[in-house]
Design a protein around this ligand. Structure first.
Ligand SMILES: [Zn+2]
Ligand SMILES: [Zn+2]
Length: 59
């Protein structure tokens, strides 16, 4: 998981896999390369990422 702060309004990479996306901790990445380095750990069989704009952090 990326620990870099992502600026509000900045680009945000989200993993498409539901286990990464639907847990209490939502995984987000600062870049495609960053997401790529997550794949070996997560062992996704098929995955892609989506780009979003970072909004205000959810509380
Ligand atoms: Zn993932
Ligand atoms: Zn990152």
């Amino acid at each position: 998981m990326c620990r870099k702060p992502i600026a509000v309004g900045g680009k945000l990479i989200k993993c498409s896999v539901s286990t990464c996306n639907a847990g209490r901790v939502k995984l987000v990445f600062c870049s495609a390369a960053c997401w790529d380095s997550h794949l070996p750990n997560a062992r996704h069989r098929s995955a892609y990422f989506t780009e979003e704009k970072a909004g205000r952090p959810e509380v």
